[in-house]
Design a protein around this ligand. Structure first.
Ligand SMILES: [Zn+2]
Length: 298
């Protein structure tokens, strides 16, 4: 009897020690630029709830968290982590006066980081990225890769910095961009963009040329017209009722505010949510018809 009890005890002890061995997970924290996080990388017990807080060094700003084990990037701070698996999390900081967003957020995205911004010489690179972006939002526009692809720098476009003369043509993607603006935007590509709304400064890691190009592709490839909504990529002249101005502002990879989140705005661009189909204009072109993507989507 005593022997059985002892054996049971040993078995129970070994089970519990075995369980103990498995009941922690590793938390790996990486830091981009100058700042600290209140937890260190290491093993933490299974089931533990951890409140991670990022603190920038002076002269720096915290822009958000990402990492493969976060459901989505976020600029919430602190964030709550539940240790139900190994976690690998990145805290991203950026210099306030001289921001460089290289390797983080928008610039760490597999598709966007692959764009060759020498649009004059390698226009197919950005068109391919747009096709891949559509793919991850469930939209197949791969037919455009067989089109005649044309990008041109021009002296001036009245009232705009770019336009899409290829709109309505089935076999052509054609974008014009004002030369001086293009050169200036390429120069400061990884410095992001910022703007003010009600006196509050908003910073974004998304270069303005990206939004302009996705806007023009919205016209040319998705057959979308201008719309009017806070943060919409397709905002433009005539999209709003007279007297109403849709707020744009810089977009961020990390923002939880849909108006400022580039991930949200690109998603609704491809899904057609809140977008307006381009109408009438196509009648100006003889011999070819607009792609009917937009009407199918809306
Ligand atoms: Zn436009």
């Amino acid at each position: 009897m005593r022997k059985v009890f002892l054996l049971t005890l040993i078995v129970l002890l070994s089970i519990s020690s075995c369980k103990k061995k498995d009941s922690s997970y590793s938390l790996t924290i990486s830091i981009n630029n100058n700042g600290t996080v209140n937890y260190e990388s290491g093993k933490y017990p299974e089931g533990e709830t951890i409140s991670l807080e990022a603190t920038p060094e002076s002269g720096y700003r915290f822009i958000g968290w990402d990492g493969e084990d976060l459901e989505s990037p976020t600029d919430e701070n602190p964030i709550t982590i539940f240790m139900d698996s190994n976690k690998s999390i990145i805290a991203n900081f950026v210099n306030i006066d001289n921001p460089d967003y290289s390797d983080m957020g928008f610039w760490a995205d597999e598709i966007y980081s692959s764009i060759d911004w020498d649009l004059e010489n390698n226009f197919s690179s950005i068109v391919e990225a747009f096709v891949k972006d559509g793919e991850r939002h469930g939209v197949d526009v791969s037919h455009v890769l067989e089109n005649d692809l044309k990008f041109e720098l021009v002296e001036e476009i009245p009232g705009a910095k770019a336009n899409a003369p290829g709109t309505c043509w089935k076999n052509r993607v054609s974008i014009n961009y004002v030369s001086s603006t293009y050169l200036a935007e390429i120069e400061s590509l990884k410095k992001g963009a910022y703007g003010y709304s009600n006196g509050i400064r908003y910073d974004g890691d998304v270069p303005s040329i990206f939004k302009t190009m996705w806007h023009e592709f919205g016209h040319d490839i998705l057959n979308l017209g201008h719309t009017c909504g806070d943060g919409f990529i397709m905002n433009g002249s005539g999209g709003c009722e007279p007297g109403i101005v849709a707020s744009g502002g810089p977009h961020s990879w990390f923002s939880n505010d849909n108006k400022r989140s580039i991930r949200y705005q690109v998603k609704i661009l491809f899904e057609g949510v809140g977008q307006i189909c381009y109408q009438n204009g196509c009648e100006n072109y003889s011999g070819d018809n607009a792609d009917d993507y937009c009407n199918a989507q809306n």
